[in-house]
Design a protein around this ligand. Sequence first.
Ligand SMILES: Cc1cc2nc3c(=O)[nH]c(=O)nc-3n(C[C@H](O)[C@H](O)[C@H](O)COP(=O)(O)O)c2cc1C
Length: 171
Amino acid sequence: MSQTPAAETAIEPLTPQALRAALGRFATGVTIITCRDAGGQPVGLTANSFASLSLDPPLVLWSLRRASSNLAAFEAARHFAINVLAETQVDLSRRFAASKGDKFADGPWADGLGDCPVLAGCSAVFECETEARHEVGDHVLFIGRVLRLADLPVAPLLFQGGHYRMVGEVL
Ligand SMILES: Cc1cc2nc3c(=O)[nH]c(=O)nc-3n(C[C@H](O)[C@H](O)[C@H](O)COP(=O)(O)O)c2cc1C
């Protein structure tokens, strides 16, 4: 019996590196997800695990590494804001993907719902109330109910194959 194409090209063993590389084929946008920690300090990180979940009710999801230094803040926060980055915001993406440094030092940003930082110049913003949280594997899945959104005519930043990219041809 002949193997399916998937079996012939399967990468074995299924290592975390192989999984990461194959997942990298999937093109995503780039977001910075923000909240306030228990002490009122702004918190945020670059994330591309964001996805739509439901239109009615309006729900979105994203996942946070359990080992992340940001976990306690997002677990305690009632709200978070998903800032969908514009193609001009690669520097911001890099800054919020780092563990060190004052991420919010040179804005511009403003307080949104629940005082979550809303960054200026984004392509879209989804201000959410935490609807549910699930520990799954080595991540925590956050589901947010969208309470307010902004949708601006600004080209979004893309991430694919480990590289930042810009939107290309319409097919
Ligand atoms: C393009 C991109 C997407 C990322 N997506 C996620 C994500 O969805 N979830 C996550 O936990 N970390 C993600 N990260 C990593 C976090 O941004 C990074 O671990 C965090 O800012 C560093 O803080 P830490 O001290 O919590 O590790 C991503 C990084 C990049 C560059």
